[in-house]
Design a protein around this ligand. Structure first.
Ligand code: ZN
Ligand code: ZN
Length: 438
């Protein structure tokens, strides 16, 4: 019998040297580009300030009626109604996705898309603050479209960020084909240029379910006739726990046992485990998935069971690649609102959460900065306390500031040809367009 070849990560990992990769990030806070000019930015701010009551009401309303991914029918109706009341023409159910939408304003070749999210989490509602994201996007789009100098600005409503890869589905349907750059803002614990939470990175993620098929048997009368699928799951789970000591600090693996058998006196015939595998680089993500799959297969071999692997049952999320030149325009807009945005290089690289905006950022230059909502220290996204913080005055102040700064980023991009050229040059220099390839 020939031994199966096991994945050796050395070639990929050796690039990380001792203790992790080199720090990287924007090295200067100052944008070298003029953007749209002060008068335009003043007009944007006035427009968003006038919209504030409607945006706050929207954020409150979505918070009070949370809907999970692909079920955001009421939320989309509420958002679209507001956009239409302000004069936008909204295409609901865009790209054959019932809870996606889009609206476009202006004319010209250059096209900036503002991306909205509005899905909630099961049980804890808007604990990721997507109600605030929706308010920011609507405010930014309406403001930008009221002053858009030359070019087009769109709002793209993307469903199911929490585990449904709505933006990847829109990408596949061609929704970003005529877009040149894109931006959105995500609530967090503080204002940061790119990572969602603190100093951590934003990871790519691939999801998998491993189901083992064994043979049932009486657990006392004839255990020797059984092949134990739960043993395979436990072996895999423990082996992955051992693997964690030997992965990169930018990696994460976490999972749950979703099926552990039906009765304690029956040898489990079937058992399942679900894992999320994350890393902040595409190459390290792929090699980590290969190592996990090696372990899953080994667990089947060691227990005599058969592995049924469902890999990428949700499209992979790529790690976010924020565009530095666009980020600087964002930071300049937010700074003008009296907020502080640290732009120093990241010195610690570690794994973190994921977003399907990562996939957009490998298709067009994009930003996804983090916005502090003023939640109490220790209250992090995906926590019920964070949901509560999204309907407090500091969150509404942040919403308004972010809507103004995001509208400013869009309009700066459309108005300043030199900025556009720099954004594109950076995008190409950092690897250009990349779609998911295994
Ligand atoms: Zn989330
Ligand atoms: Zn989120």
């Amino acid at each position: 019998m020939t031994a199966r070849t096991v994945t050796d990560p050395l070639a990929v990992y050796s690039a990380f040297g001792r203790g992790g990769a080199a720090a990287e990030g924007p090295r200067t806070a100052q944008s070298a580009y003029r953007g749209a000019g002060e008068d335009v930015h003043r007009a944007l701010a006035e427009r968003v300030e006038r919209l504030r009551p409607a945006l706050v009401e929207l954020a409150r309303d979505l918070h009070a009626h949370p809907e999970i991914g692909f079920q955001e029918h009421r939320s989309v109706a509420r958002i679209a109604d507001l956009l239409e009341a302000e004069g936008a023409r909204v295409e609901r159910g865009a790209w054959d996705l019932p809870t996606a939408f889009r609206a476009t304003s202006g004319e010209g070749p250059a096209h900036f898309a503002i991306v909205a999210e509005y899905d909630a989490l099961p049980e804890i509602g808007h604990a990721c603050g997507h109600n605030i994201i929706a308010g920011i996007a609507v405010g930014a789009f309406l403001a930008a479209s009221s002053v858009v100098p030359e070019g087009r600005v769109s709002i793209i409503g993307a469903p199911a960020e929490e585990g449904g890869a709505g933006k990847e589905l829109i990408l596949r349907a061609g929704g970003f084909d005529d877009v040149d750059a894109a931006g959105m803002v995500h609530p967090s614990v503080g204002d940061e240029v790119s990572p969602i939470y603190g100093a951590g990175g934003t990871s790519g993620v691939r999801r998998l379910t491993a189901t083992y098929h064994g043979r049932a048997g009486h657990a006392a009368l004839s255990p020797y006739l059984g092949l134990n699928a739960l043993d395979a799951v436990v072996t895999a789970y423990q082996s992955i726990a051992q693997l964690r000591q030997h992965i990169l600090p930018i990696d994460r693996i976490h999972g749950i046992i979703t099926d552990g058998g039906a009765a304690a006196n029956v040898v489990p015939e079937r058992a399942s485990v679900e894992f999320l595998v994350r890393s902040t680089e595409i190459d390290t993500l792929n090699v980590l998935v290969d190592r996990v799959v090696d372990i899953l297969e080994a667990a089947a071999l060691s227990t005599g069971t058969r592995l049924e692997l469902d890999l990428d049952f949700v499209p992979p999320y790529l790690p976010l690649r924020p565009n530095v030149e666009l980020t600087k325009r964002w930071a300049s807009g937010l700074t003008a609102r009296g907020r502080t945005v640290p732009l120093e290089p990241r010195t610690v690289r570690q794994g973190g959460p994921s977003t399907d905006m990562g996939n957009v950022s490998w298709f067009v230059p994009a930003i996804h900065p983090a916005l502090g909502l003023g939640a109490a220290s220790g209250v992090l996204p995906h926590n019920a306390g964070f949901a509560a913080s999204t309907v407090q005055e500091p969150a509404f102040d942040a919403l308004v500031d972010a809507a103004i700064a995001l509208a400013g980023t869009a309009v700066d991009y459309l108005a300043d040809q030199d900025l556009r050229a720099a954004v594109t040059a950076e995008f190409e220099a950092s690897g250009g367009r990349r779609r998911w390839v295994q």
